[in-house]
Design a protein around this ligand. Sequence first.
Ligand SMILES: NC(=O)C1=CN([C@@H]2O[C@H](COP(=O)(O)OP(=O)(O)OC[C@H]3O[C@@H](n4cnc5c(N)ncnc54)[C@H](O)[C@@H]3O)[C@@H](O)[C@H]2O)C=CC1
Ligand code: BAL
Ligand code: NA
Length: 503
Amino acid sequence: MAMSNVGIPCRQLYIDGEWREPVKKNRIPIINPSTEEIIGDIPAATSEDVDIAVEAARKALARDDWGSTTGAQRAKYLRAIAAKVLERKSELATLESLDSGKTSFESAADMDDVAACFEYYADLAEALDSKRKTPVNLHLDSFKTYVLREPLGVVGLITPWNYPLLMATWKVAPALAAGCAAILKPSELASITCLELGEICREVGLPPGALNILTGWGPVAAAPLSSHPHVDKISFTGSVPTGTKIMTAAAQLVKPVTLELGGKSPIVVFDDIDNLDIAVEWALFGCFSNAGQVCSATSRLIIQESIASEFLDRLLLWTKNIKISDPLEEDCKLGPIVSSGQYEKVLKFISNAKNEGATILYGGERPEHLKKGYYVQPTIITDVNTSMEIWKEEVFGPVLCVKTFKTEEEAIELANDTKYGLASAIMSKDVERCERFTKAFHSGIIWINCSQPTFHQLPWGGKKRSGFGRDLGEWGLEKYLNIKQVTEYTSADAWAFYKSPSN
Ligand SMILES: NC(=O)C1=CN([C@@H]2O[C@H](COP(=O)(O)OP(=O)(O)OC[C@H]3O[C@@H](n4cnc5c(N)ncnc54)[C@H](O)[C@@H]3O)[C@@H](O)[C@H]2O)C=CC1
Ligand code: BAL
Ligand code: NA
């Protein structure tokens, strides 16, 4: 097994620019999914800590050192954070792998993306200064009007474990760029790197309270954010049931939410593709990267009947070639599932599929050479029908289900046959067909001749049960801004709607 000499830092909650022990002093063990061993612990916040953090955030907004900053000043903090992430890249990537089971390659790529995302929102923060006040010309002599873009206020950012620091960054970077004060609640299954973000913020001198980081159990440490009267918005990435709870709690206060939830995304492969292996690799990457724990994973392969048999043969060869190992081992391409709970859940999906009559073409079990750790073989399931659970529900593991089609109409019907609407992919060399599918797919993200490449300049989010609102790009910044109209009466004349008593 690959050994790591990176120590797990022991941290407290990051509140008001300092490390603070949680009021109830509880901690949660950190489990390395590759060894099943406890490798440290994280603080477990409760509603008492949430109250303290919200108060710190409110004070930060009221103080000049954060509340009156220009975008250019905030950009300096964001760039300093990006630089520190890169400085600590190798250590942070190892911590991410130890905590979540991500392969070292994927963790390192995440850290690059984290730094690039902070840099990107630094640019947008600077650009905000010239857009902060936009005059609107009504062509009236008696009125002067303009629109202000202001920070929305205190925002609660609740994030998952599949890309722990990256998903946090997708929310933290734009929230800080906008000038909000934020409370980040990462997943209890993988919080280490998010706590290190606290240390980085402390080191770069981010004003106290601008970002607070509370680790802990969702219902205890995150739910109070959704129902807190002084939290102005929730941005969430995670499961549909939790998203529903957050929206329900927030609705009581008419608090805006952004929800980035699950998916069961299709990848449609046509027989006109030039190169089978290239398409096979995208299908593989689309469902097995990050061990399939990707909200946008293209976990339904919809393949044209005429090439199905040849395609599946190649897919099988490529799948057998995937190195499954401790995520820190060189060339590892598939690490463990994040936790025992998620591991059991994935295996249950596979056994349910079998019981419902599907065929496990490959995988479906623990790899023989790995006796410990939450490892699942990359799994390909055929003989699937559209009423089966495996066709309908998000697995969040390396499990691909396959269906064939004959006509374009059938393909699009199968692709959209889902309650989710996050992403859709098409593989075809017919440009017009790709355009037709781009229009016909019911989702927020379309991939043409690829699956999963994600760029922080582009909007990220879905429709239907995959949620609403967008992370990333300029859309990811807008949602942390309050749009305020200002209307000034500039005439010296009376308004003269009422009859003046002095006449
Ligand atoms: N869209 C995505 O990227 C993700 C989807 N999922 C889906 O969710 C399934 C379950 O994974 P979980 O870790 O249990 O997801 P989850 O949705 O429960 O967890 C995500 C975040 O929500 C928090 N949370 C939990 N209960 C909460 C509550 N009542 N109020 C506010 N926040 C709460 C958690 O602490 C965590 O920070 C996965 O199998 C997968 O299908 C999970 C992670 C990411
Ligand atoms: N590609 C990362 C997006 C996600 O799984 O949330
Ligand atoms: Na962990």
